[in-house]
Design a protein around this ligand. Sequence first.
Ligand code: GLC
Ligand code: CA
Length: 510
Amino acid sequence: MARPPWWHRGVVYQIYPRSFADGNGDGIGDLRGLLDRVEYLAWLGIDAVWLSPIFPSPMADFGYDVAEYCDVDPLFGTLADLDAVRDALHDRGIKLLLDWIPNHTSDRHPWFLDSRSSRSSPRRDWYVWRDPRPGGGPPNNWVHAFADGRPAWTFDAPTGQYYLHSFLPAQPDLDWSTPAVEQAMHAVLRFWLDRGIDGFRIDVVHGLGKDPELPDDPPERAGLPHIAFNDHPSVHPILRRLRAMVDAYPGDRVLVGEVFLLGPHDVTAYYGLGDELHLAFDLPRCLHVPWEATSWREHTAAVLAAHEACQAWPTLVLSNHDTPRHRSRLGSEARARAAAFLLLGLPGTPFLYAGEELGLEDAVIPPERAVDPGGRDGCRAPLPWDATPSHGWNASPWLPWPPEPARRNVAELRADETSILHLYRRLLRARRGSPALAWGSWRPLRTSAPVFAWERGADGDRRLVAVNFTDDEERLELEGRVEVSSDGSGEGQPFAGVLAPCAGVILRPD
Ligand code: GLC
Ligand code: CA
């Protein structure tokens, strides 16, 4: 079997830059702070970093409202700082992906200022402008995200039309049916590809193709954000042209799209015939599998069957900057440890959200400290680096600490070989050393116990992985040497046939 590309074998680490590390002591994470912590990323053993947006932005949606695509916001540093981060990562064999936000810009982006300036602006058709419906009011019944049922349209009195915004009014949607928009966006990506960026995570990629008729959403979806159901075929030619442009660059650049659809949908359609996205998230499905062996087995089998049918490779995600951390959702560190065997042991490219390797829970946010319009502050709490009162940050950070920062911080857990951090590191190392784990085939194993067990294999390399979802010890008739276990016990020894409550294990058959 030929070795697949890096984005298929490797593990991606998501950094939310405001919350990772602060280099200049203003309480907001930045690129110099990140640069100082590259050594940690190399020690941990990840293959790529995906950096959430660092572009100039009024920060209405903390950077997902971009006012300039080819620069760095002074809050985070400079282009030179970003180059330094890229070089430091590349020196250690780590790739760098940026977050590209093509569905909408900030309302302060010069493109939108121009578009809004008059009906005859040459950029009027770069955004979605429509007349009020006859008798007045928004052109259709679409509702925006984060809005409790408020319209996805805002009236612009000077020009007498509404503009569409799938998210906040400060995030007007671009009109991707206008060729100049696509050209301008290709130029943005070329700017970064020429600068040695290894690829992009694409924000709400399913939003780019819109039904040109902009029909009303059906009554049963009243009050639900339109964007969560926007799955129109016109997205596919856009993705094919994008893929062709990116693939023309040397060095295996990658496009990972965020597909966040709540209705019936087929995420593999976004891979095309191997000529659209390289990888796609299928977030609502992936994030909310019940904590139970049968659910995970069925979910995995269904995902793999769908992806294999079109030679696509899945993604694996437990946490990100938009959703409560899985340590909080699952309710215990034991479960978070067991979940790490799913993330790093099932087939698919794992995306690890900074801090999950520390077993971080969401911060409790008092109402007066809440800042996000979407209520997502808890999972964006700053990463504690050490046990000092400021936890490696120089000022009081922009959000409260997650629970137990004096114990649950990088320095303490790094010094403790029994910590969840060391478990992640051992799992990452096992993956890197095993073609079976990194990209091998998958086969569920029958067991008498209520555990989820599977076999991976590639090039004569084999591993068995088992996860016990129950709170009881389970007997397991699998054989092999323990390569990694939840608490480190028995590693290097023949498997004793018992899986601890809520634990995972990787076995290497002799
Ligand atoms: C994506 C991002 C989210 C952002 C939204 C609008 O879902 O992950 O953080 O608010 O898009 O850009
Ligand atoms: Ca800072």
